[in-house]
Design a binder for this molecule. Structure first.
Ligand SMILES: NC(=O)c1ccc[n+]([C@@H]2O[C@H](COP(=O)([O-])OP(=O)(O)OC[C@H]3O[C@@H](n4cnc5c(N)ncnc54)[C@H](O)[C@@H]3O)[C@@H](O)[C@H]2O)c1
Length: 439
């Protein structure tokens, strides 16, 4: 039996072991899904703290319940390690490491390069490698393939290589890896066949003609979101000037059963995907002497949103004869979206930084993020302020940046002196007069 047939059989009868490199927001849920489908799973991460926590049955991601992992550990179907020498044990290796941007907004492939070299040095016959991290079209073929076949093995017969973009939506209670189709592109038809066999075990696999096409699919999805969010953000600013409620407009437009998908404005983009991924494509486009104008315009508009929120706050304070300088401002929500503990690229950081620069006394509350750790861009060392009627009343302005479900917005409006609402969280609250300002 050839390597392809052997591996497909092992996948189908669940004797194949799935190795997952990078056990973060993407890798950990994926490990759980493969475990739930009957596979043995071996997780790898550089962060020994994460590995220790997992093996002790503790989750480090609040919205990901740990019980499935503890169950798999009991059944001896899950292990996690920092020892990359154990990569040989895995029959299928999924790469879920970060792909951020550098300060110059260029792809930072350091993590991916390191991982590829680690795999390349240990690759054995019959292994399948799938890149899940978001990246520009061409990465799998141009960066991974040459490094993996360095030892003389051939892709498609000795080992298998594919790209399959991750569509994890943290905190989404309706869609997870088990009911979200998975796009897959192989570097050869045999690579696609093996990768498809694996993903068909956890969801519906959607094959495309190449790894490059699969890479482009992910960037299209996220660029589509970025551009549409920018569009409604721009229209929000105009609607405010015209005295029109943009949320009312979007919700009414969304009743059209065809040709319109609603996107909602906000305080700016956050998270590890939408603010970053489109710029992977614009970087690659330069190689083709091509300018991705929509991506740049959308980026420009979305990036300007935190400043708009600060400006609206300043105007509202000014109407009450107050300046930002010296005002006590409470920011509600640092997570980039509701009900998750992920604050990467959060617009809250930018808003807080701008307010501090203008002399405000800034505090924050976030039930999901009890303290702020230094990030690559910001160095806030703050603890979440308890949300009490007193802390609300003491603030000159309260800015709703994240509309966590745990917040009682009626209570917030009732106790606060001035509320800046960037999420339409106060919709339906009546009798507040001009205490609520939409931003
Ligand atoms: N977070 C999301 O919602 C989401 C959704 C879709 C796609 N993605 C993409 O998935 C990828 C991973 O994102 P994430 O949010 O899970 O990141 P994350 O930071 O939560 O997790 C990445 C993990 O990889 C580990 N790591 C870094 N370098 C490593 C190495 N060389 N070897 C082993 N482990 C290493 C880190 O310690 C961390 O635990 C990115 O490309 C991202 O764009 C993320």
């Amino acid at each position: 039996m050839n390597e392809k047939a052997k591996l497909i059989k092992m996948i189908e009868d669940r004797t194949a072991k799935v190795g997952i490199i990078g056990l973060g927001y993407v890798g950990l849920p994926l490990a759980i899904h493969f475990g739930a489908s009957g596979f043995r799973v071996l997780g790898f991460d550089l962060d020994s703290d994460k590995i220790d926590k997992l093996l002790k049955g503790k989750s480090y991601i609040k919205h990901v319940p740990i019980e499935p992992v503890t169950g798999m550990i009991r059944e001896k179907r899950f292990d996690a390690t920092t020892d990359f020498g154990r990569l040989k044990e895995a029959d299928c290796i999924l790469i879920c490491v970060p792909t951020p941007l550098t300060d110059k907004m260029e792809p930072d492939l350091t993590y991916l390069l390191q991982t590829t070299e680690t795999i390349g040095a240990r690759l054995r016959k019959g292994q399948l490698v799938i890149l899940e991290s978001t990246t520009y079209p061409g990465t799998t073929e141009e960066m991974l393939l040459p490094r993996l076949r360095d030892g003389g093995m051939a892709a498609g017969s000795d080992f298998f290589l594919a790209y399959s973009p991750e569509r994890e939506d943290p905190g989404n209670k309706t869609f997870s890896a088990s009911n979200t189709p998975k796009v897959i592109g192989g570097v050869t038809p045999a690579c696609l066949e093996v990768a498809q066999a694996l993903y068909n075990c956890i969801t519906r696999a959607v094959p495309v003609s190449s790894a490059r096409a699969a890479e482009m699919v992910k960037i299209l999805e996220n660029t589509y979101r970025s551009v549409n969010i920018a569009l409604v953000n721009e229209l929000k600013v105009l609607a405010h000037k015209m005295g029109i409620d943009i949320f009312e407009v979007i919700n009414a437009a969304a009743t059209k059963p065809f040709g319109f998908s609603p996107f909602y404005p906000g305080p700016g983009l956050g998270g590890h995907c939408i603010p970053i991924d489109p710029f992977y494509l614009s970087w690659k486009a330069r190689e083709y002497d091509f300018s991705t104008r929509f991506i740049h315009l959308a980026g420009e508009i979305n990036v300007s949103m935190p400043a708009y929120v600060v400006e609206k706050t300043a105007e509202a304070l000014n109407r009450g004869r107050k300046s930002v300088n010296g005002s006590r401002i409470l920011v509600l929500g640092v997570a980039y979206k509701k009900d998750v503990d992920d604050e990467r690229e959060s617009p809250s950081y930018v808003i807080m930084k701008m307010l501090l620069e203008r002399g405000a006394e800034v505090s924050y509350n976030d039930p999901w993020i009890p303290r702020l750790r230094p990030t690559r861009k910001h160095d806030f060392r703050m603890q979440s302020t308890p949300l009490t009627p007193e802390t609300l009343a003491k603030a000159d302005a309260v800015i709703i940046v994240t509309d966590h479900s745990a917040y009682d917005f009626a209570d917030i409006v009732n106790n606060a002196r001035l509320v800046i609402d960037t999420r339409n969280a106060t919709q339906g609250i009546t009798g507040a007069g001009d205490k609520i300002v939409m931003a």
